[in-house]
Ligand binder design. Structure first.
Ligand code: ADP
Ligand code: ZN
Ligand code: ZN
Length: 738
């Protein structure tokens, strides 16, 4: 009898499954969905995931290849996660095999066993005493034996160095039969006693209501939106809910944005709980990631904290999912599988029947809309916790005021007063580098990127101009490349320039710059935070890295150098983002005893959105913005999918999208779908980037169902279009950048 046929998801962009014969001799029952197999694919071997066993294949018998080997006795992926991946692939119109690639830890994709790793443990041999006479003249070995004798469970090999146990002595002791080596699974850390390592804060009424509301929904799917102003104690609400989850013997999954992974956030969890915490973020290595993943899957981690992709961590006993700063754009992956971790977290919570809590000081309009529609229960924290007061806002009209590196006179004055009062100042400017452009005063040449429709930013400290879009770098020219004159001037200000200028204006105070350039070196951020926590008066200059999550008790003045770009951008989400950013940055002011103020420099001081935001707060702004979206038929009142294409030759991407557009129109007719519109194709907002010409086609629908009925068949047609191979293209479902 020939071996059974299995249908596999392979790491390939093709949105289809592949049939193989199972390896010879593998029993039928071992072929469960989710197990990994190594198979020949083209000229290579790849690892695929079994989706189902099938009786017949459309592949002719003589073309049907055999899998090389079965890698798992048990599916490494629990069924619930397998289903989540299937849902994800379907919703985002992505290949299932490639979805697994994004969802699984790298080592599993590479064929590593899906088990906790074995480790070597060093023990004192049975019946041997530390004062064994055979060691009378070997003091070093005696010392080693003595140390080992203090560890009844043995010492893991990896810890030898830390305990200063000399490898030579160990080998000699082993030879003499005084030691024993044991190979076993690393025992998960033991837990003793109470879950709390630190007392909980007494909650205020609003916090208590929030905790009670979510607790009432434990044990089933329920979604909550915790909308609490910055400093209102959302984290305390998370912590107390997690405590409840732990006491119920379950696990909590906490998603946080990339940028929040400061030690501060993590410390609050580790300080509070006597629990096993698994961390999953971009700086853990592959082995650590797999270990954390396995610990979570096997119920040996109580709390899982991680960024976007941690969403795909399996949990043995899920009890609660928390998405902190749910509005944050880093939850949306912008390459390959373009998923939104917050949205998928809600799907997952529903599938696994656990409650989900989305938290933010500035909730996304999508989530607020869901709350209005009754899909999420809205929990408000309207006051700051403890004694902290809300900051006061001042819109500072800088029309016709001279700006010195972006800083106006009245702002300088306010900074001087704050520093003199012994307090700290935060200056926010969302632009790295010295100046966004270099300009020739004689002929008007500007530092244009040769590969993009963008200007190159001057990084004076490195004597370079850099493109922030494609990474292109050139030496800073000393003469104009066009006319040869030397009068090249930086135009505008970035963080480097603001830092330089502030250091001259306020020579008696330290100026700390916090952006991606200044914190590239390890520990640089930590060192700067230590200085800030120390509390001496100082100036912080930085990008949005400074905006989120940090607790700077001595900052009482926040200055936003430029609020205007968010007010006249073509992207309909720009004003929402600007409002969130302003409120998040403002949230750094006055978080402790001293009241804070926020000065916003703008040329549009009377702009209604800005007025509403600063005088009535984020929620008033959000309601206004939502009613504008409703009137314009924009998300969340409609649903979008964006087809992007790029090619080396001008016009080529648009050509492809033209074809795609007419195919979609045809399909809309044949499938009889209404309420769906095609907009474009149009050139991308930055048409040329990294040497490619880019264009896009937007599909907008009143309802999700017809949109998704179109997308599947449409992509199948697109994959076969003759032009599809000459251009690079991708579909983005629920895009956040248009
Ligand atoms: P958020 O996450 O909403 O920005 P945090 O949880 O960081 O707010 O809380 C802000 C500050 O208030 C923290 O220093 C926190 O310890 C403190 N805090 C939170 N809840 C309480 C409470 N119930 N009583 C006193 N202080 C609190
Ligand atoms: Zn010139
Ligand atoms: Zn470029």
């Amino acid at each position: 009898m020939p071996a059974p046929i299995v249908r596999l998801a392979l790491p390939s962009p093709l949105r289809r499954l592949f049939d193989y014969r199972a390896p010879l001799g593998v029993p039928y029952t071992a072929l469960q969905p989710g197990v990994r197999l190594r198979v020949p694919f083209g000229r290579r071997e790849v690892i695929g995931v079994l989706v189902q066993r099938v009786e017949h294949s459309e592949v002719p018998e003589d073309k049907l290849k055999s899998a090389v080997e079965l890698l798992d006795a048990q599916p490494p992926l629990p069924e619930s996660l397998f289903r989540l991946c299937q849902w994800t692939a379907q919703y985002y119109q992505h290949s299932l095999g490639d979805t697994f690639t994004w969802a699984l830890p790298t080592l599993l994709r590479q064929g590593e066993p899906a088990e906790v790793r074995q480790e070597r443990f060093w023990h004192v041999a049975e019946g041997v005493r530390p004062d064994d006479p055979r060691l009378a003249r070997a003091p070093r070995q005696r010392e080693v034996l003595r140390t080992l004798a203090q560890h009844p469970h043995g010492v893991p090999h990896a810890l030898l160095g830390k305990l200063q146990l000399n490898k030579n002595s160990l080998d000699l002791l082993l030879e003499k039969g005084l030691l024993r080596l044991e190979v076993r699974r690393h025992r998960p850390a033991e837990r003793h006693g109470d879950w709390l390592a630190q007392a909980e804060l007494p909650l205020n009424d609003e916090q208590r209501n929030a905790v009670e509301a979510v607790r009432a929904g434990f044990g089933g799917f329920n979604a909550y939106l915790l909308a609490g102003v910055t400093g209102s104690g959302k984290t305390e609400v998370y912590l107390q809910l997690i405590h409840q989850v732990l006491m119920a013997g379950k696990q909590a999954l906490v998603l946080i944005p990339e940028i929040n992974l400061g030690p501060q956030t993590l410390e609050r969890f580790t300080r509070r709980f006597n629990a096993r915490i698994a961390l999953l973020h971009s700086s853990v290595n592959d082995r650590e990631r797999l270990d954390a993943w396995l610990a979570a899957r096997d119920g040996e981690a109580d709390i899982v904290i991680g960024t976007r992709s941690a969403l795909f961590t399996p949990l043995k006993n899920p009890g609660l999912i928390i998405v902190d700063e749910e509005h944050d754009a880093s939850y949306k992956q912008q390459e390959g599988l373009r998923y939104h971790a917050r949205d998928l977290a809600v799907v997952r919570a529903r599938q696994e029947e656990v409650p989900i809590l989305l938290g933010s000081a500035t909730p996304s309009l999508e989530s607020l809309h869901n709350a209005h529609a009754g899909r999420y229960a809205l929990l408000r924290l309207s006051r700051r916790a403890g004694n902290a007061k809300p900051p006061r806002f001042l819109r500072l009209d800088v029309k016709s005021l001279p700006l010195d590196a972006g800083i106006s006179r009245p702002l300088q004055q306010a900074i001087a007063e704050t520093l003199a009062a012994g307090q700290q100042v935060l200056v926010f400017l969302n632009r790295r580098g010295f100046a966004p452009t270099l300009l020739c005063h004689d002929c008007g040449w500007i530092s244009q990127c040769p590969r993009c429709d963008a200007r190159m930013t001057l990084h004076q400290r490195h004597r370079e101009v850099r493109c922030h879009h494609c990474g292109h770098v050139e030496r800073q020219p000393s003469n104009c490349p066009q006319c040869g004159q030397v009068d090249l001037r930086p135009v505008g200000a970035g963080t480097e320039r603001a830092e330089e200028r502030l250091a001259i204006l306020f020579p008696d105070y330290p100026v700390l710059r916090i952006d991606r350039d200044s914190t590239a070196r390890k520990d640089a951020m930590q060192r700067m935070f230590a200085t800030i926590q120390h509390g001496e008066p100082c100036l912080l200059v930085g990008t949005q890295m400074l905006a989120k999550g940090h607790h700077f008790p001595r900052v009482t003045l926040v200055a936003i150098l430029d609020a205007d770009s968010g007010l006249f951008s073509a992207d309909f989400r720009a004003s929402e983002r600007m409002a969130q950013l302003i409120m998040q940055v403002a949230g750094r002011a006055g978080r402790a005893e001293e009241a804070g103020r926020v000065i916003i420099q703008t040329h549009l001081a009377d702009h209604p959105l800005l007025v509403q935001l600063t005088e009535q707060g984020y929620f008033a702004f959000a309601e206004q913005a939502l009613s504008e979206r409703r009137a314009a038929g924009l998300p969340p009142f409609s649903h979008l999918a964006l087809l992007r294409a790029e090619a080396h030759k001008p016009g080529q991407a648009e050509g492809f999208l033209d074809q795609a557009c007419s195919e979609a129109e045809q399909l809309l007719g044949t499938l009889n779908l209404s309420g769906t519109e095609l907009l474009g194709p149009v050139p991308a907002p930055m048409e040329r980037r990294a040497g490619r010409y880019r264009a896009q086609l937007l599909v907008q629908a009143n309802n999700r169902a017809p949109l998704h009925r179109l997308l599947g068949p449409w992509l199948t047609v697109l994959e076969q279009l003759p032009g599809a191979r000459a251009v690079r293209w991708s579909l983005d479902v629920d895009p956040i950048d248009l």
